[in-house]
Design a binder for this molecule. Structure first.
Ligand code: SF4
Length: 329
């Protein structure tokens, strides 16, 4: 990791095999940011505990997700890739930051209210403190930027406020206010064509699926609902398959689908098969790299262990400065 580059931090929950939504919404950007910044990418398993009913799949999900990240082009020799719970300083900083964070503010946050709505049977303390832990994640590594979509801007603003409160309370400048690195995140809909692609909705297309599985999944995609019969003209503007063509198909193919769909010159079956073919071609190098990585069973854990060691060095330094600033005996 180059000390001269600005630092970027981002965390993602261990959700296992990644899908197109993860790829287009985050991973692609993670890969690109490495060229310009010193990046730290964290698998936030402690955050995941706030909503998990069981931890049985936590280890497997961490491994699968890391495999996808590496196969997609995250370079662990320069970028720090690690698991949140492997650097325990984050929980210490979380406790310290919680002392300068108003409880009312936390329970007023729309994200907390949404979680309460989604899991009324499990409103745990971790859910309330989640944004404080998230702030600790970022500031522990003195990250200048956090890559987020515009919808997550309030989270970064919250983190900045916590940092200001901390620095003000203890008369220090030891913690850095992170800035948002705003990214254009396309809204990737799932195979149902209406909701965001998500594993929990079972509407995902996974990057690591075989070409056959991918084709099968693509064939289930919902298209223009008004196009009932093959001879009906369709409207690509309301069709998720067309949105995907725009990302994975050539300009000529996109134009062809746009024209032919409107005059029923192409059927949805052929259109989906074309998309699946292009998607599979796009993903082939990724799958090849993933197979290579999978053939070395310890590799993922070696990468995560090395990442944790490097992250811990930064964390230890920050915590020493924080403890000094607090005047802890
Ligand atoms: Fe969608 Fe293609 Fe069918 Fe048109 S032809 S409705 S773009 S799947």
């Amino acid at each position: 990791m180059s000390p001269s580059k600005d630092r970027v931090f981002s965390g993602a929950r261990p959700t296992g095999r990644q899908h197109l939504g993860n790829y287009l919404g985050a991973i692609q950007n993670y890969v690109a940011l490495q060229d310009q910044f010193a990046c730290i990418y964290c698998i936030v398993d402690l955050h995941a505990l706030t909503t998990m009913e069981t931890t049985a799949e936590l280890r497997d999900n961490t491994r699968e997700m890391t495999l996808d990240w590496l196969a997609a082009g995250i370079r662990p020799k320069e970028t720090i890739v690690f698991v949140q719970s492997h650097v325990t300083e984050v929980t210490e900083l979380h406790t310290m930051l919680s002392m300068v964070t108003s409880l009312g503010k936390l329970t007023d946050l729309p994200t907390f209210k949404e979680k309460v709505r989604l899991q009324p049977h499990n409103i745990n303390y971790g859910l309330v403190g989640y944004p404080v832990l998230m702030t600790a994640d970022i500031v522990l590594y003195k990250a200048k930027y956090v890559p987020v979509g515009i919808d997550q801007a309030p989270h970064i603003e919250f983190a900045r406020e916590v940092v200001r409160s901390f620095n003000h309370r203890y008369g220090t400048q030891v913690l850095i206010e992170p800035e948002m690195k705003s990214t254009e995140v396309p809204k990737v809909l799932g195979t149902d064509g209406t909701r965001k692609m998500s594993k929990s909705l079972d509407n995902q297309i996974e990057l690591a699926s075989t070409p056959e599985e991918t084709l099968k999944r693509v064939m289930t995609m919902v298209t223009d609902p008004q196009r009932v019969r093959r001879e009906d003209p369709g409207n690509p503007d309301v069709c998720n398959v067309f949105s995907m063509h725009k990302i994975f198909s050539s300009t000529e193919e996109v134009e062809m689908v746009n024209t032919e769909c409107r005059r029923a010159g192409i059927g949805c079956v052929d259109c989906k098969q074309l998309f699946a073919k292009n998607l599979n071609a796009h993903l082939e190098p990724f799958r090849e790299r993933r197979r290579e990585l999978e053939s070395k069973p310890d590799h993922v854990w070696d990468v995560l262990r090395d990442g944790a060691q490097r992250a811990r060095k930064i964390a230890a330094q920050t915590m020493q400065e924080v403890r000094d600033a607090l005047g802890l005996p």
